[in-house]
Design a protein around this ligand. Structure first.
Ligand SMILES: [Zn+2]
Length: 502
């Protein structure tokens, strides 16, 4: 074996080494953009450099050798949006591309809402870390979830003091796993019987850990004002931030009272209560038929008549799922009543009886536009979807482009830079995220590139998964996850755990 053969063997190796040594673009330079940095400042021309998962520089930047360049073609770059009330959490395993979210520019979703979270949180979060999704996820610990561990089927009563003590232990455990705080869904049957003292005692545990509180309040209709006071009492007593989930005035006699709500919240803030809200831009919600009867009196015909008269008219109750008879899906309670030659109230009671132990969901219209606009514009309120990754309500795919297209561009409700602040930095602040929600050096490179002149939603109740237009590209932790029309396939999302200092 001579020297020659040794060299021959070395040559391919040398080529590989040289190829590796040649400087590869390791940073990303986004140029030719209008920057909305998330603070509420007006748009300005700027470039943004991304290094790894971080924003390295913002301003008038010249290309460096390490940069690969993306021409933003004059579009607007903003911080990735934070969805503070999402039902994506459990579905991220089966829909890791999170298309519903990233196609709206959402880069972080906040789960564990309405009092429900996977239990225990630690293995759920660990598993998502092993099999990441395209978006970041942070979680609340759900009150109803803790209740069910202790009370099981006997949830229609307040917890005993011994049960409450045990729930506190479980909650501390969930907070230790990184939950942002405690979420409640006090209008739902699993939690409606919890007395205010039970909720307050658990909220105090969250506060003691430096956490926060987020609530689908005890009533969005009949008992609305006392439910608001319960939320404010928790904020006042514990001193921690409290957030009103998917704010709505969902009853005929509340219509036109958004001003009263905003005045009450402003007054509370003036007294030092850190209260905020989130809201989604639709007049109709999605839930179950049973939520219309928070006292559990599903067979009470008088109550059914009251529901249809005051809370949600039969023409506005559209079934999204009805396992006992799937042919009812897409029909309203009014239409089904005509099919059955029955009175709408009788039909409503019958539908609930028939769906016992089976699945049903309904989209209900019970708000008016002026109230919604007032809530969308409140400076301390951020925007959420309340949506699913593959749900039947269009909010899952359409909420954020809808506020930017219909409410900012068409109706000029508030300036674009202010709405972007509400979608990004305010939202991050309202759930306690750090280093996300602004385009700022040293912060995470969660970004969205969009066209303010064309952005708009297309999802509807009959086509709930129609993609919006106007979102050009979305990056999560510096990695592109969406480019107009489809997901990139990358899964750079992280689990964001609360640390005591945040
Ligand atoms: Zn809810």
């Amino acid at each position: 074996m001579g020297l020659f053969s040794g060299v021959c063997r070395l040559v391919p190796l040398l080529v590989v080494v040289l190829a590796c040594a040649r400087p590869q673009p390791s940073t990303l330079l986004l140029t030719n953009i209008r920057l909305l940095d998330g603070t509420g400042a007006p748009a300005r021309a700027a470039s943004v450099r991304i290094a790894g998962d971080t924003i390295a520089a913002v301003g008038e930047l010249t290309r460096e050798r390490s940069d690969s360049v993306i021409d933003g073609e004059g579009l607007t770059l903003a911080p990735g949006f934070v969805d503070t009330h999402s039902h994506a959490d459990r579905a991220l395993g089966s829909h890791p591309d999170a298309l519903a979210a990233v196609s709206q520019g959402i880069t972080t979703v906040i789960g564990g809402q309405d009092g429900g979270s996977p239990y225990p949180l630690a293995p759920f979060l660990d598993s998502l870390e092993r099999h990441p999704a395209a978006v970041n996820l942070a979680m609340y610990a759900g009150h109803a979830t803790l209740r069910m561990q202790l009370l099981g089927d006997a949830f229609r009563r307040p917890a005993s003091s011994r049960e409450l003590d045990s729930m506190k232990v479980l909650l501390r455990h969930e907070l230790g796993a990184g939950a942002l705080g405690l979420s409640t869904g006090l209008e739902y049957e699993e939690a409606h019987s919890a007395d205010p003292a039970e909720v307050l005692a658990l909220a105090q545990v969250a506060a003691d850990s430096g956490g926060r509180y987020i609530s689908h309040i005890r009533s969005e209709d009949r008992g609305f004002w006392p439910a608001i006071e319960e939320l404010l009492t928790i904020g006042r007593t514990t001193g921690m931030p409290v957030q009103l989930s998917h704010a709505k005035l969902a009853m005929r006699r509340l219509w036109g009272h958004a001003d009263s709500l905003i005045h009450r919240l402003d007054a509370a803030r003036a007294q030092g209560i850190d209260v905020t809200l989130d809201v989604y831009p639709y007049l109709y919600w999605q839930s179950t038929l049973r939520v219309l009867f928070p006292e559990g009196n599903y067979r009470d015909l008088r109550e059914a008549r009251f529901v249809l008269d005051q809370v949600a008219p039969a023409e506005g109750l559209l079934l999204g799922r009805f396992d006992p008879d799937p042919s009812y899906v897409g029909k309203t309670v009014a239409q089904i009543a005509r099919l059955r030659h029955d009175d709408p109230a009788v039909t409503l009671v019958a539908l609930i009886r028939e769906s016992e132990g089976k699945s049903e969901s309904v989209i209900g219209t019970s708000m008016v536009e002026p109230d919604l606009e007032r809530l969308l514009a409140w400076p301390f309120g951020n925007i959420c979807t309340d949506g699913e990754l593959a749900g039947r309500h269009p909010r899952g795919y359409g909420s954020f482009p809808r506020v930017l297209g219909r409410y900012v561009r068409e109706r000029r409700l508030i300036p674009l830079e202010e709405m972007i602040r509400k979608l990004s930095s305010l939202a991050a602040h309202n759930v306690g995220l750090t280093r996300r929600g602004e385009v700022r050096p040293g912060w995470y490179a969660d970004l969205v590139l969009f066209d303010p002149a064309t952005i708009v939603d297309h999802a509807t109740p009959t086509e709930p998964r129609a993609l919006s237009t106007g979102i050009a590209r979305t990056w999560v932790n510096g990695v592109e996850v969406y480019r107009a029309g489809g997901p990139s396939g990358a899964r750079p999302g992280r689990v964001l755990r609360r640390t005591r200092s945040s």
